[in-house]
Design a protein around this ligand. Structure first.
Ligand SMILES: [Zn+2]
Length: 139
């Protein structure tokens, strides 16, 4: 179920999110957590929306979570995705990162199996030489 077309580049890191992407190479899911008030945030950014602090820890999380929302794509937006439709795009609420939700795919669930609240767990999908993306499977 290839969601990343062959040869497609991984996202380019910025100073704010490079620890997030660097952790992927080690197959670690690390989420920004404010060093002053403990609020998790994602996508990565320079300041805490809760207290305004720029001090941050990159906390490793378990990758366990539940589907918060999802959609099923029936139209390939890129020719390389024609073999993959229909596929889901899921918003996963992580169980140990506050209100953080990440956008990914649940690779082993058919469109009819997808349910809001369904438990899922992270696995690392090798999408290129040394490149991994966080994806999910049914838990
Ligand atoms: Zn804060």
């Amino acid at each position: 179920m290839p969601y990343l077309p062959d040869g497609a580049p991984l996202p380019q890191a910025t100073p704010d999110d490079s620890p997030y992407w660097d952790a992927h190479a080690r197959r670690e899911l690390r989420i920004q957590c404010c060093a002053d008030c403990g609020t998790f945030r994602h996508p990565p950014g320079p300041l805490c929306a809760n207290c305004g602090s720029s001090r941050v820890n990159w906390t490793q999380v378990s990758g366990k979570g539940k589907i918060f929302s999802y959609t099923v794509a029936h139209y390939a937006t890129h020719p390389a995705l024609k073999q993959s439709v229909p596929y889901n795009v899921a918003v996963v609420m992580l169980e140990d990162a506050g209100d953080v939700r990440i956008v990914s795919n649940v690779v082993d669930a058919s469109p009819d199996e997808m349910r809001i609240g369904m438990k899922v767990e992270l696995f690392w999908d090798a999408v290129s030489e040394g490149g991994y993306l966080p994806r999910f499977r049914k838990a």
